[in-house]
Design a protein around this ligand. Structure first.
Ligand code: HBI
Ligand code: FE
Length: 290
């Protein structure tokens, strides 16, 4: 999730690293019901759409249908698998806090649950977006390494004042990334996999471009925070994503300083094109017209 509007003052009751207790036994039956509704929807939809690593993670963590998972319980298995743990936070946290957690294999997950009238869309990451969307992929050793490398990179990018470039990498991979498989394109991005409508749109709709992932290309491409993406980037493997973090980021950031943004709906001659979209969704007015 983008954090353009992240708070900057420590919320009351939060620890200096912005973590809070999850307070699992304080969730109401209505909040568990929201989780169950969202879980059932996605569990029915995602086989054949989400990548194997995600589906395996969902199983391994037993993010079951009976309600909101207790972080203490899922952390036992998650820590055993890849050394990651989920920590509860009140909502968006400042960038440097966020990266510090990721660099130490702690995933900051919103403790709150969306309201029943927000089932389909919310701006701020709630527990379903964070835990159902992000955490299953953290059981994959390669992706777990990628997320820690991203955290370390974030601290470096902050220091250079080039966070916006790195935020695009997060957005087009961790949040909205697609994976190429012999059976076709599959979802690994949390923003897609936690959304019923975007789990369909991202793979099936003729509107968006679907282009081969290239690190510099992605870091020059703006993104939407308020609607479906106009472009999705496809990685050939999760290993390729991890390998991308081995680039010489100093040289890359210097080139990016001199480079202009690439229009969000552009298809460049050097792009590997999986789908040349017709952008009808955005031409028809996007979410507001739905
Ligand atoms: N905080 N809790 C939380 N979750 C996020 O996804 C998040 C954040 N703060 C910053 C942030 N994301 C992004 O700005 C960075 O990825 C750049
Ligand atoms: Fe997110």
């Amino acid at each position: 999730m983008s954090a353009d509007h992240a708070n900057t003052s420590l919320p009351p009751g939060a620890r200096p690293d912005w973590t809070i207790d999850q307070g699992w036994d304080r969730y109401t039956a209505a909040e568990h019901e929201v989780w169950i509704t969202l879980y059932e929807r996605q569990a029915a939809l995602l086989p054949g759409r989400a990548c194997d690593a995600f589906l395996k993670g969902l199983d391994a963590l037993d993010l079951h249908r009976t309600g909101i998972p207790d972080f203490a319980r899922i952390n036992e298995e998650l820590r055993r698998l890849t050394g990651w743990t989920v920590v509860a936070v009140p909502g968006l946290v400042p960038d440097e806090v966020f990266f510090e957690h990721l660099a130490n294999r702690r995933f900051p997950a919103g403790q709150f649950v969306r309201k029943p009238d927000e089932l389909d869309y919310l701006q701020e990451p709630d527990i379903f977006h964070d835990v159902f969307g992000h955490v299953p992929m953290l059981t994959d050793p390669v992706f777990a390494d990628y997320m820690q490398a991203y955290g370390e990179g974030g601290l470096r990018a902050l220091g250079r004042g080039q966070l916006h470039n790195l935020a695009r990498l997060y957005w087009y991979t961790v949040e909205f990334g697609l994976l190429e498989t012999p059976q076709g394109l599959r979802i690994y991005g949390a923003g897609i996999v936690s959304s019923r409508s975007e789990s369909i749109f991202a793979l099936d709709d003729p509107s968006p471009n679907r282009l081969g992932f290239d690190l510099e290309r992605v870091m020059r491409t703006p993104y939407r925070i308020d609607d479906f993406q106009q472009v999705y980037f496809v990685v050939p493997s999760l290993q390729a994503l991890l390998d991308a973090t081995l680039a010489d980021f100093d040289a890359l950031y210097r080139r990016l300083q001199a480079a202009s943004d690439i229009p969000i709906d552009a298809v460049l001659a050097e792009d590997k094109v999986f789908t040349r979209g017709d952008q009808t969704y955005v031409l028809r007015g996007g979410r507001s017209a739905a």
